[in-house]
Write a protein that binds this ligand. Structure first.
Ligand code: H79
Length: 602
């Protein structure tokens, strides 16, 4: 047996009496190993081919659909009073288990039309769909073999139909990716709440996830319900998350996984998950996606008419793209499986706007070289800036952008308009003066063509000199010395820099030079656990030596184009989890793990 398989077998015996026979005979190349020497950072999610589609697509459809949908947000109690909620209705309205099972048995979403849903997503300009395969109620929306609490075996629905398979075919036909939401928290499985029986639940969860991956090949797994809570008690730990993330990657290495696979931290999964909110600036250390509702509810609620306006929704999308995020916008089909008309019409309006202005969103990211204006949002794609203008200036008026780097403006136009646009730079101010009216009340997009500095330097580095000690104090001779192509480690509980270094304690030092491509101010971002210090040009740029869990720290320093600046990074692992990433960004560089070509050995 290979080392990897031996370890997995041992882990299986120790923690989950019988894992489903799921692990591939040949481990996928990107799958992490277990134990000392393992690194769970399979790639740099900011630049990896694996995440490219996700970073470019920007706009997805979330679908909340489950047994709760059959109540359409209202539960009438035996005494005739009505209790309102949506997907949390079982718990929030304290519906007795037998009653809820009866409601599910009556569920018949015969009107579920995967083609109509996928077409609504396509018309909206949404490039991926994430549907609840199982919400907190524990009810599986596909014909799982793991239990009977599912849409085929416990409903009034046509047992020959499989809505996830239907949606897979309908999305695929339209070039839309499909992913699955899966709740770890489970209100129905009796083994869930007790830590003593939890491993039996976990085994069933692994088996269900394998079904989902094997049968539908999802592009995304969107976990939820990872937090500590009661009614029922949730025993999920960060160590469970470490194992689950490795398990999913062993099933299929390219799946994009959200951070609720673990404990919603920067080191968990690939993507951060702000819910019902939009971060007020680009997010450090992780890709991110805001999930939001079209009204105030995830599941269908017939009483919820609190619909957001198409203007608000579209501006949210433009603003999110300008901060390098994704927008996962929710629809909740009703008891028959149909998406409300109010949702479809809003999505269509967004799609209409995107047909003219999609360049401001798809493949676009935070501009870096200009500050975010008060009058709208700005994104960048290559040598183009896209200014989504919410408040169009009156005739003769102009818009102002504050430049953060030395670039020239060489052209300007309004998307969907022939009008002449004057754009000039004077010092650090770019003034844009349109000559006509707006193209849209939602947002009118001005495209600026810019000429930025060319990257300087040889970019022939191979990485930094690395040393690792089997103690947390850099004491004695290092056990391992080598060249590391970058610092991109997520060792979690069981991994370490090398098989010869224990999972705890250890300490690490990277030294050498960093070659700057542009003359500007660089922001260095570290994701570390337990301590970190970073010096650049002999200056202490990041200093967090209080032992901590996974933490993002930042420091800035001005560097000179083509110049090699001394760099030294230290990390210690005193116990528990460990991580160390070295990321940089600047006006001209989008956030990324500092690449090997810009790093030189000591
Ligand atoms: O699936 C959707 C939500 O059901 C789930 N995550 C998104 C994607 C979610 N879990 N927790 N929360 C959202 C936030 C918790 C809200 C609560 Fe409540 C406030 C739980 C109890 C009070 C909202 C209001 C749910 C029930 C009443």
């Amino acid at each position: 047996m290979s080392r990897r398989h031996w370890l997995i077998a041992a882990l299986t015996l120790l923690t989950v009496t019988t894992l489903p026979a799921t692990l591939p005979a040949t481990p996928a190349t990107a799958a992490p190993q277990e134990g000392p020497g393992a690194n769970y950072a399979v790639d740099d999610a900011f630049t990896a081919d694996r995440t490219q589609w996700w970073r470019d697509d920007r706009f997805g459809m979330f679908i909340h659909f489950g047994a709760y949908s059959n109540l359409e947000g209202e539960y009438t109690r035996p005494d005739g009073t009505v209790c309102r909620n949506a997907e949390w209705i079982q718990r929030e309205c304290q519906i007795p288990k037998e009653d809820y099972e009866r409601i599910a048995a009556d569920f018949d979403p015969a009107g579920f039309d995967a083609d109509a849903i996928a077409q609504a997503a396509a018309d909206a300009g949404q490039k991926y769909v994430v549907i609840t395969s199982k919400h907190h109620e524990g009810y599986a929306m596909w014909p799982t073999e793991v239990n009977d609490w599912n849409l085929r075996d416990h409903s009034s629905f046509d047992p020959t139909r499989d809505i996830l398979a239907e949606l897979k075919a309908a999305t695929e036909k339209r070039g839309i990716k499909l992913g699955f939401y899966y709740s770890i928290w489970d209100w129905h499985d009796p083994d869930f709440p007790d830590p003593a029986t939890f491993p039996r639940y976990e085994q069933r969860m692994y088996a269900q996830l394998k079904e989902l991956v094997d049968n539908y090949d999802p592009a995304v797994l969107w976990f939820d319900g990872e937090w500590s809570t009661d009614r029922p008690n949730n025993p999920w730990t960060d160590r469970d998350g470490e194992r689950l993330e490795a398990y999913v990657r062993s099933l299929s290495p390219d799946i994009v996984i959200n951070n609720r696979v673990g404990k919603r931290r920067v080191v968990d999964g690939d993507t951060g998950t702000p819910e019902q909110e939009i971060p007020d600036a680009p997010v450090a250390g992780q890709l991110w996606e805001s999930c939001m509702t079209l009204n105030g509810s995830w599941g269908f609620a017939r009483w919820d008419t609190n619909w957001k306006s198409p203007t608000e929704l579209t501006r949210n999308l433009a603003g999110i793209a300008g901060r390098s995020g994704n927008y996962l916008l929710n629809v909740g089909p009703d008891a028959t499986g149909r998406i409300p008309a109010e949702s479809v019409s809003r999505l269509r309006t967004m799609g209409d706007w995107l047909r003219t202005n999609g360049r401001a969103v798809y493949g676009a990211h935070a501009p870096g070289i200009v500050a975010e204006p008060a009058w709208g949002a700005v994104s960048r794609r290559g040598d183009r800036l896209y200014a989504s203008v919410y408040d169009w200036p009156a005739t003769g008026g102009s818009l102002r952008l504050d430049a953060l780097a030395p670039f020239q403006v060489t052209g300007a136009r309004v998307l969907g308009s022939d009008q002449r646009v004057d754009a000039r730079r004077d010092g650090d101010v770019v003034t844009i003066t349109p000559s006509g009216g707006p193209t849209s009340d939602i947002a009118t997009v001005v495209e600026l063509t810019v000429r930025t500095a060319r990257p300087a330097g040889a970019a022939r580095g191979t990485g930094l000199s690395a040393s690792f000690w089997p103690n947390a104090t850099f004491t004695g001779d290092p056990t391992v010395t080598r060249t590391d192509p970058g610092v991109n480690y997520n060792w979690k509980y069981t991994g370490s820099p090398d098989p010869a270094i224990p999972a705890e304690p250890f300490s690490s030092v990277w030294t050498g030079q960093v070659e700057a491509p542009f003359t500007e101010t660089y922001t260095f971002t570290t994701v570390s656990d337990d301590t970190v210090r970073l010096w650049v040009d002999g200056r202490l740029v990041i200093d967090n030596t209080t032992p901590h869990g996974p933490t993002v720290d930042q420091g800035t320093i001005a560097l000179r184009a083509g110049h090699r600046h001394a760099i030294r990074l230290e990390q210690t692992e005193q116990g528990g989890e460990a991580s160390m990433k070295l990321i940089w960004s600047s006006p001209n560089i989008a956030q990324e793990v500092v690449p090997a070509a810009r790093l030189y050995r000591a």
